[in-house]
Design a protein around this ligand. Sequence first.
Ligand code: SAH
Ligand code: F3S
Length: 473
Amino acid sequence: MNDKILFPLYDKGEQVNTPPQESQAATPSHARRVYIETYGCQMNVSDSELMAGILTQNGHQTVSQLDDADVVLVNTCAIRENAETKVINRLIQLNHRKRRQPDMIIGVCGCMAQHLRDKLLDAAPYVDLVMGPDAYRDLPVALDSLARGVESHVSMTDRDPFVGLRLDKSEDYADIAPIRKEGIRAWLTIQRGCDKMCTFCIVPFVRGRERSLPLKLLVEDVEKLVDQGFKEVVLLGQTVNSYHDNAADFGDLLYAVGDVNGLERVRFTSPHPADATDSMIDAMASSPSVCKHLHLPLQSGSTEVLERMRRTYTAEEYRDLVSKLRERIPDIAITTDVIVGFCGETEEEFMETYKMMADIRYDSAFMFKYSEREGTLAHKAFPDDVPETVKGERLERIIGLQEKISAGINTATVGDTVPVLVEGESRRDADNYHGKTDGFKTAVFPKADSKIGEVVNVRVDTTTAHTLIGQIV
Ligand code: SAH
Ligand code: F3S
């Protein structure tokens, strides 16, 4: 499966560390060294940057090694069962460590904290802190109160955990400055929560109602990011294109951010097909810094399944949208998300998805087996009745199809010259750089005289299903 890039909003299963940061405020009496471990989607990475901001503003310090920490916060993902299993296993490991270091505070933050509060505390009673995505402002208070417990010598196992799980529609963290790793690409949350209620999805239950940040503030944030040296900004939201601020919509935001001086590229993830307005398409077609790449989750190619999923569009409407996008923006790259084996999915319905993928020819796709989530509408309304083996076999079929399509699309670029934003040294070869094309394909090429952060023209010599290999011309 193509899960190498950490881009759409879901679990890649990899863990990303927040950069260490000295405290900027006066040191509180219980200043702590906090290690933040992040699972799941880009929104979680962005939330970890926010947590780091909140903690340092309050005199704590984030560290990049678990060995240097007295607090570990695990920022979790609940989107599929395997994401939750991964976190439980990690907590078991951390508990072994806690036996050697009894004062260590273990916190579980994010979507799984919100989803599984009771189960989590049953399975992992040694957890000291459980905090959902709208409660991060309380982190300093929580650490202070836990630290007082340590001083009063109440054994960690005898203390109640600190629980912050209130969902708060007014919480947008607009006043918090996140702490980001230096680099070329910055992620900027423009919207929190989701109002769509797709029947398979846990997100609306763990992240609460949709809310957008003010446009003026976001433009200022982007200006600051440019001053800090970032060349590309990725706007984040669960249905990012339903963004609105009074009369301004997502297209207006794209234009406004695209106009920021010194910013090379703007991307966004993930839009919902039902909110793909002309205003968004216009901005993508005409603002030079807005990348011509759209991650447009399909989920299923069958109108019946889409209805059970409550996606609010039909297969025909989706096809029409793709035709319109390709008419308006001929060189657009389109990527997607697909779920196989959703409740009641027949072989015929699955084949409609297969055919849709074959017809549309996505540049790449993230493909999943349906994973039932307790509390969702599908969990209440439909039996999870497609056998695991059938789910697995359907997944294999579309993965095989997509690999061929991706490889074919990449092969067709051989001989082309494409602009690439240089991001860093290639992991495999220190003489090479890697970067992304406008359509978010990875390109690898000899450094020549280029520098990180520059846009260079790369002529494509060879390709794989996932990479363009070439040289600067
Ligand atoms: N709107 C979000 C979607 C978050 S979930 C975004 O911006 O990306 C990311 C993807 O995970 C979804 O598009 C869907 O394909 C998949 N997914 C969500 N819930 C799932 C479930 N219960 N089982 C399997 N895949 C799921
Ligand atoms: Fe989930 Fe559908 Fe929202 S996939 S995040 S409920 S748009």
